[in-house]
Design a protein around this ligand. Structure first.
Ligand code: FAD
Length: 530
């Protein structure tokens, strides 16, 4: 059955920078139902993100009460002689200022410091922004600023849950759909953007459109991707980890497991991820609430050579009523894999706890003051044919034996990604996500410093270029137009054309920095030169 995930999406992800200034007090004359704020604490919140790699203070912050508020603001920007940019901000979990702007207004889609958003969502959210679940048609209709944890809570009240997730749920719906939204379910159900039925979009002209596969479809695909998928009903997860010392055995097994996506659910796992263990500390890393702190896994007891290890992470969802068959189903699948036989770790836990697992790690890190630190994260899509070169050059080469954070690695099936969307993926049927999720610390250890890690990221990217890896960045961040053109490749022309159609004055999402700031008077000339 088709799923309907209706999102009041403030802004399409077609991105722009317009370098014009405006007196903030002029903005306050705009009549909105919500609040246009110049409050220093609002400006401060909007000027930072999870990456903590830079700060950019907006002129004002809009707390919208409805999609109409967003329309009013964007129309004002579009119609104003001076012009100003408008950036939607979900939960501010970008790394490189993607939701920021210095020359305009940030729309706080998920709430702000004013007592909203800490536990996910607003304390006093207008009724029209609350998730609405249709049990019969199996969809949830949500506001773009809704956090996924709140989407899960509201659907679970009906015994239902979306099928495609991110590892961490304190991200907004609009924020993850601007990128793709991936986790270990993507091989099977596609990224989150493949599970959207309908969107409400405000364009850069301040028009509000409902769009879907059949209605305003160009805008729909510009903003994200296709559809399909449905809700599911489980209450328990069997979470399994097995280790490998041989990289090709590890990737062969991961690729085998994702090739089962067309099989009945009894013959495949529900989630396939993995991570790289370069140093001992990281098997019990912060992303891992799996191994008990009282019973930490000692790599040395498994890996006598002291080399790099790879951990395959898989799950099987089930309902207590089917628990009698689950053991055989899992055993039949594990028999086909080639991991180190003594390295099987298994735990059962409630479905919601599994989905919300990274939040536990967040709370632990927060209590040690290790959450609000710079995060020089790097996420890459690597084509299957190059993953072994990447292993040799990066995991066994550039990284040395220190990583300063988890490194995720898992493959996905390109056929689950709608090529009409704006997302860029490698040109092969199977590609891997490799995510370096590192935290920079001021600990005196040079290998943990922001400079060191940022340099290492550059080295990794240079290696990819030199070795012809054909990597594509996920959650991309570039500083030059050449790099953006190279990133989009064949998709650039379409991306640019959609941008000009839906955001001709290029006032939206300045933080992505795809276009150079352009004074409005020169706008036409600049368009011609692109
Ligand atoms: P923000 O940082 O607020 O915004 C991100 C971008 O989306 C900006 O360009 C912004 O303008 C735009 N945007 C936000 N809301 C809207 C809207 N309503 N309309 C239009 N545009 C909008 N990603 C994965 O795919 N899988 C993961 O497992 C995963 N795990 C993560 C774990 C952590 C701890 C963190 C910090 C990030 C993780 N991410 C993951 C990355 C995450 O999906 C992106 O950083 C995402 O953009 C963050 O969402 P946000 O709501 O904080 O967005």
């Amino acid at each position: 059955m088709a799923t309907k995930l209706l999102i009041t999406f403030a802004i399409c992800r077609l991105i722009v920078t317009v370098g014009l200034t405006l007196d903030p007090t002029e903005l306050l004359r705009l009549a909105v139902e919500g609040q246009l704020s110049l409050d220093p604490s609002d400006l401060e919140t909007a000027s930072l993100d999870f990456g903590m790699m830079g700060r950019a203070k907006p002129l004002a912050v809009l707390h919208p009460a409805s999609a109409e508020d967003i329309v009013r603001l964007v129309r004002a920007a579009y119609g104003s002689a001076l012009g100003f940019s408008v950036s939607a901000r979900g939960h501010g979990h970008s790394i490189n200022g993607q939701a920021q702007t210095t020359k305009g207004v940030v729309i706080e889609m998920s709430g702000s410091s004013k007592g909203r958003g800490t536990q996910g969502g607003y304390g006093s959210k207008p009724a029209l922004m609350l998730p609405r679940v249709s049990e019969t048609k199996r969809y949830v209709d949500v506001w773009g600023g809704e956090l996924w944890i709140d989407v899960l809570r509201s659907t679970m009240e009906h015994g239902l849950a979306p099928k495609s997730w991110t590892d961490y749920l304190y991200l907004s719906v609009g924020g993850t759909l601007s990128n793709a939204g991936i986790s270990g379910q993507a091989f099977n159900h596609g990224p989150q953007i493949a599970n959207v039925h309908e969107l409400d979009v405000v364009t850069g002209k301040g028009e509000l459109f409902t769009c879907s596969e059949n209605q305003n479809s160009e805008l729909f695909h510009a903003v994200l991707g296709g559809l399909d998928g449905s809700f599911c009903l489980y209450n328990v997860v069997r979470w399994i980890r097995v280790l490998y010392s041989n990289f090709s055995a590890f990737t062969k097994d991961q690729e085998f497991l994702i090739s089962l996506h067309g099989q009945p659910s009894s013959k495949k796992f529900d989630y396939v991820e993995g991570f790289v263990i370069v140093d001992e500390g990281l098997i019990n890393n912060w992303r891992s609430s799996f191994f008990s702190p009282h019973n930490p896994v000692k790599i040395s007891s498994i890996n006598s050579n002291g080399g790099v290890l790879y951990c395959l992470e898989i799950t099987k969802n089930y309902h207590e009523s089917t628990s009698d068959t689950i053991d055989q189903e899992i055993e039949a699948l594990l028999k086909k894999l080639d991991f180190i036989p003594t390295s099987v770790f298994t735990t059962d836990l409630p479905y919601v706890d599994f989905l919300d697992r990274v939040h536990k790690a967040e709370l632990k890190l927060r209590s040690k003051g290790l959450w609000d630190v710079p995060h020089p994260w790097l996420n890459l899509f690597i084509p299957k044919s190059k993953i072994s070169d990447f292993d040799k050059g990066v995991f066994k080469g550039i990284l040395g034996n220190k990583t300063s954070g988890p490194i995720l690695i898992y493959p996905m099936n390109k056929e689950k990604w709608d090529q009409r969307s704006s997302v860029v993926t490698p040109d092969e049927e199977v590609f891997y996500l490799v995510a370096f999720l590192r935290s920079a610390l001021d600990s005196g250890d040079e290998t943990q410093s922001l400079d060191y890690l940022t340099n290492q990221n550059r080295q990794i990217l240079r290696f990819c270029d030199d070795a012809g890896i054909n990597a594509k960045q996920y959650l991309p961040h570039y500083t030059t137009q050449e790099e953006w053109l190279d990133h989009f490749g064949d998709k650039w022309a379409q991306f640019y054309q959609r941008k000009m159609e839906f955001d001709p004055r290029r006032i939206l999402a300045a933080g992505q920095r795809i276009f150079n700031p352009t004074p409005l008077s020169n706008n036409i000339k600049k368009l011609a030169s692109w």
